[in-house]
Design a protein around this ligand. Structure first.
Ligand code: SF4
Length: 264
C-alpha cells in the first residue's frame, strides 16, 4: 500500500545532473552488468514527503537485503533516493536522459539490470522503461526481478520488448497470481542445499541465470546478513508470504463476522 503524499507544490530542488544514470555495484560489475537502483520499499525525501518504491512488497520487506547494511549508508541511500525523485517527479526528462545515455558505446553488448532494489511502482514508470527498451540499441539487453505481477500481466506480457527478460520474485502481495508450474519465478531459500532439494536452480554463479537458466524455477540462497538469516529461519520467502496471506484472510474473516453480528 502506498503511503505517498507528495504533491507538485512540495517538491524540493531537483537533483544535480550527473554523468551516468546507470551504475555498477561490486557483484554486478564482476559480471559486466549495469544497474538502475531505486531505494527499497518506503521512505521519505528530504522535504519529508514520502515514496513507496515497492508497493507489491509483502513478506520480503522484513527480509530485504537492501533495507540494511551498505544500502543504508547515507551516500548510497541518497543516490537511490535521487533516482526515485527523478522517476517520480521528472519522469519525462529522466526518460530522455536515460535513452540518450544508453546510446553510449559503454553499453554495447551489455546487460542492464533494472532495480537491484526497488520495483516498478507505477504504470507510468513501467511504460517509460518499455519505451526506453524498445528504442535502445539492439545489442543492449535488460532484465529484472519483479513482484509487480498484475502490472506485468497487463502491460508487458502481451507485447514484451525483444531485449527484455524478467523473473517474478516470490515474497510479495501478488504471489497468488503466479502459476508456479509455468511462470519463471525466484524464491529465496535458507541455503543452496535446500533450494536444490526443492528442485530449484541455484543462481549464485551468475545473476543472469535468473532469466537465462533452462529451468523456470530459480533459487536464491538467503543473504548471509545474520539478522536476516535469523528472521528467515527455515522458511522461504514464498512460505512466509503464504503464512502472511493466511493471517490476513483470517483477520478479514473475523472482521466480516463481527460486522454481521453487529448488523443482526
Ligand atoms: S520488493 Fe525487493 S527491494 Fe522491495 S522490499 Fe521487497 S525485497 Fe526489498
Amino acid at each position: 500500500m502506498s503511503t505517498d503524499t507528495t504533491t507538485d507544490e512540495s517538491r524540493t530542488t531537483p537533483p544535480k545532473p550527473r554523468r551516468w544514470l546507470l551504475t555498477q555495484n561490486r557483484q554486478l560489475r564482476a559480471e559486466g552488468i549495469f544497474n538502475w537502483p531505486l531505494p527499497a520499499w518506503g521512505g521519505h525525501f528530504q522535504d519529508g514527503t514520502t515514496y513507496n518504491a515497492c508497493p507489491e512488497a509483502g513478506a520480503c520487506a522484513k527480509l530485504c537485503y537492501a533495507r540494511v547494511g551498505t544500502y543504508r549508508w547515507p551516500v548510497v541511500l541518497a543516490a537511490h533516493e535521487r533516482n526515485m525523485w527523478m522517476v517520480k517527479h521528472a519522469l519525462a526528462d529522466w526518460e530522455v536522459q536515460m535513452a540518450e545515455e544508453l546510446r553510449h558505446k559503454r553499453y554495447r553488448g551489455k546487460w542492464i539490470r533494472l532495480h537491484d532494489s526497488g520495483d516498478f511502482f507505477s504504470d507510468e514508470y513501467l511504460e517509460a522503461w518499455l519505451r526506453i527498451m524498445r528504442n535502445a540499441p539492439e545489442d543492449t539487453w535488460f532484465y529484472c526481478y519483479t513482484k509487480s505481477v498484475s502490472r506485468f500481466r497487463r502491460l508487458v506480457e502481451p507485447n514484451p520488448p525483444k531485449n527484455f527478460l524478467w523473473c517474478y520474485s516470490l515474497g510479495g502481495k501478488e504471489d497468488k497470481l503466479l502459476d508456479l508450474e509455468t511462470d519463471r519465478h525466484a524464491d529465496v531459500f535458507p541455503s543452496v542445499a535446500e533450494l536444490e532439494e526443492a528442485g530449484y536452480t541455484d543462481q549464485t554463479e551468475s545473476d543472469l541465470l535468473s532469466v537465462l537458466s533452462d529451468s523456470h524455477m530459480v533459487g536464491i540462497p538467503a543473504n548471509r546478513i545474520p539478522m536476516l538469516l535469523k528472521r528467515q529461519g527455515s522458511e522461504t520467502f514464498s512460505s512466509l508470504q503464504r503464512a502472511l496471506d493466511k493471517k490476513l484472510a483470517e483477520k478479514r474473516q473475523r472482521a466480516a463476522e463481527a460486522a454481521l453480528d453487529l448488523a443482526s
